[in-house]
Write a protein that binds this ligand. Structure first.
Ligand SMILES: [Zn+2]
Length: 263
């Protein structure tokens, strides 16, 4: 059964599309990390250490729902066997089964927020969610040369033709208490989703951070950030100003991680 967290009247469900080993040694993915930082990261997220000592990571999407209302899906996973992520990610993903186990009908998904356009976040976007507007930042669409060359033909063109591509600029309210935040750096138009209910706060991060080591030291760059200095500024700013917060992350092995970390 997919793990959920409830904030006020909003239920956030973690949907596990797949999991696997990262394609390069973790010391290459985080070249500046020290031995002491790895030890602390492994203490916080022990399951991220794979059988070969490499980086074991899940690929998740999150569903947001108030009572039985329309569903906001944040990210769309690695996708089916023929998805664009097939060259490196553990496809096929199992998002349809996860949605069904969570009691969510894809037809009830009215909004798909694509945190960014890397292939492990757009896998099931499109026809499976035929009633959903797909939200992308304008800055992301302005940088298509950074992404998979088949993205326009396979995803963006059909979405646009179906009237299901919604282009947004910066921070945008989706529903009361649910807001898209511009969090650039990992990609130019990266976005996260903030849920606020009373004093409680949850951030669906996208790839604002991808490993617990970036909670140990938010200044640590990740090798696959498009603009490392900007990614660092954004990560440090968010983790300093939006605290305390529960982080809902695609790639940490625990779907919900409190920040600051309890000692
Ligand atoms: Zn990712």
């Amino acid at each position: 059964m997919p793990l959920t967290h409830t904030l006020g009247s909003i239920t956030i469900t973690a949907l596990l599309d797949g999991a696997g080993s990262f394609f390069q040694p973790r010391a290459q993915a985080f070249p500046d990390a020290t031995e002491a930082q790895w030890r602390e990261a492994d203490r916080r997220d022990p399951d991220a250490v794979g059988p070969d000592g490499g980086w074991w990571l899940p690929f998740r999407a999150f569903a947001l729902r108030r009572d039985d209302g329309p569903v906001v899906l944040v990210d769309a996973g690695i996708g089916p066997a023929d998805a664009l992520a097939a060259s490196w990610a553990p496809v096929p993903g199992r998002l349809p089964e996860e949605l069904s186990a969570a009691g969510i009908d894809p037809a009830d998904v009215r909004t798909v927020v694509l945190t960014h356009l890397h292939t492990d976040h757009v896998g099931w976007a499109g026809p499976l969610f035929g009633n959903a507007d797909h939200l992308v930042q304008r800055a992301e669409l302005a940088a298509l040369e950074l992404f998979h060359p088949e993205l326009p033909a396979r995803l963006l063109g059909p979405l646009r033709a179906a009237g299901r591509l919604r282009v947004v600029d910066g921070d945008t309210e989706l529903t009361p208490g649910v807001r898209v935040l511009s969090t650039p750096g990992h990609t130019p138009g990266h976005q996260s989703v903030l849920v606020e209910q009373g004093d409680d706060r949850l951030l669906v991060t996208g790839d604002l951070l991808v490993h617990a080591i970036q909670l140990v030291d938010p200044s640590l760059p990740y090798a696959h950030e498009e603009n490392p200095p900007e990614a660092r500024r954004t990560r440090e700013h968010v983790l300093r100003t939006l605290t305390p917060v529960l982080l809902a992350t695609p790639h940490l092995t625990t779907p919900f991680t409190p920040h600051p970390h309890p000692a």
